[in-house]
Design a protein around this ligand. Structure first.
Ligand SMILES: *Cc1c(COP(=O)(O)O)cnc(C)c1O
Length: 394
């Protein structure tokens, strides 16, 4: 007999499966890297956000082990109650210096950094101008704040100007955008947004999750990429992508960081990053400050891959970053494409509605510094084979 309380969940799940929208999660039995063991099968990895190969980098692993030997594993409570380890403070200082800002504060994840920051800055009576394609964690942070949310057209400063002009009743205002949009790989028009924020005296926040460790000098992020130091009020970042670990960052003015230590709810009511996470992130900053070699390789790999895909006749959209969408159109084709890639030994995910609009389904290729020339050539051969087989290219 159906469970009276949870029977509806069974029905919802059955309905997702019928529509082909049920997400099944593949099992990895290897570390992250150029090659993975996925569901028991060796495959070339083009799915993860491990842009620089730091998720399994010996320097990070060593730093994490050494720190655990000294500090143990967990922080054992929130920082305001149990005290904060010097390790966390050191990471925050190093991140601020790396990014060239006054101060930084860490969170458990990029997601919780957004949930902490947005409601701490705006509330009822305030207004947020949010790019329509912003990440789910920004959307949730905006909703939590109870400020009025005005969505502006994706990457469209003119629409933003109009929305600002049309909004007259407010106490405080905040403009929020993703730095790099993860489905298309395009970059926010930050210089224009900055100018608008300046003219109207509006707080400006950018979530640089996919730009941290990728954009800018040696991976210093989108603000460095556009040389806008000191002009963006709040930078959100993550250490869960290029940094290869897990954790969130808020970087910017000292006042903002001080305020988040007082009013950021995930800071006050959720435990800090773990010891190995913090130590590994410190090692990641060391590596990035020592050399831009990994960042350079990431970009040259991505350039090589994109150029050869275009020569083969694939449509790679309008990406400006190592994220390369292979545009396929309808969702079933993208699913079939991804499935055939996997059978041939390439792990790259199909993405369809509702993550991207109808008719814009794609296989998203995440490039990484870990791929060798050989890996890339092998992958390109497989893309060509599957593309011809499915009639995507000639
Ligand atoms: C991935 C992502 C996040 C979440 O980061 P986590 O550290 O994985 O929680 C937040 N914002 C954006 C724009 C992202 O792409």
């Amino acid at each position: 007999m159906a469970d009276l309380k949870t029977g509806w969940i069974d029905q919802e799940i059955a309905s997702l499966k019928e529509q082909g929208l049920f997400t099944s999660i593949r099992t990895l039995s290897s570390p992250q890297g150029a090659w993975l063991v996925v569901d028991g099968k060796r495959a070339l990895n083009f799915s993860s956000n491990n842009y620089l190969g730091l998720a399994n980098h010996p320097r990070l692993v060593e730093a994490a082990s050494a720190a655990m030997g000294r500090y143990g594993v967990g922080p054992a409570a929130v920082r305001t109650i149990a005290g904060t380890m010097d390790l966390h403070l050191e990471l925050e200082k190093r991140l601020a210096a790396f990014k060239g800002v006054e101060a930084a504060i860490t969170f458990q994840s990029g997601f919780s950094a957004n949930l902490a920051t947005i409601p701490a800055l705006v509330g009822q009576g305030d207004v947020i101008f949010s790019d329509e394609l912003n990440h789910a964690s920004i959307i949730d942070g905006c909703r939590l704040s109870r400020a009025k949310i005005m969505r502006f057209g994706h990457g469209n400063p003119n629409d933003l100007r109009q929305q600002i002009a049309a909004t007259t009743e407010y106490r405080r205002r905040l403009i929020i955008t993703d730095g790099v949009f993860s489905m298309d790989g395009d970059i926010a028009p930050l210089p224009a947004l900055c100018e608008i924020a300046d003219v109207h005296n509006i707080l400006l926040m950018v979530d640089d999750a996919h730009g941290e460790g990728v954009l800018g000098k040696g991976g210093r992020g989108i603000v460095d990429h556009f040389n806008l130091h000191g002009k963006v009020d709040i930078e959100i970042g993550t250490m869960s992508k290029a940094f290869g670990v897990v954790g969130g960052i808020v970087a910017g003015k000292q006042a903002v960081v001080d305020w988040l230590r007082q009013r950021g709810r995930p800071f006050l009511f959720s435990s800090a990053m773990t010891v190995p996470d913090v130590a590994a992130c410190l090692a990641a900053v060391d590596l990035l400050e020592e050399s831009s070699e990994l960042v350079d390789r990431l970009w040259s790999n991505a350039e090589y891959f994109k150029q050869h895909m275009n020569e083969l006749g694939f449509d790679t959209g309008h990406t400006e970053t190592p994220i390369v969408p292979v545009m396929l159109g309808e969702a079933p084709l993208a699913q079939q494409f991804s499935k055939r890639l996997f059978e041939e030994g390439v792990f790259a995910m199909a993405i369809g509605f509702p993550t991207v609009p109808y008719g814009k389904a794609r296989v998203r290729v995440m490039n990484s510094a870990t791929h060798s020339q050989d890996d890339l050539d092998q992958a390109l051969g497989i893309f060509a084979k599957v593309g011809r087989e499915l009639g995507v290219i000639q």
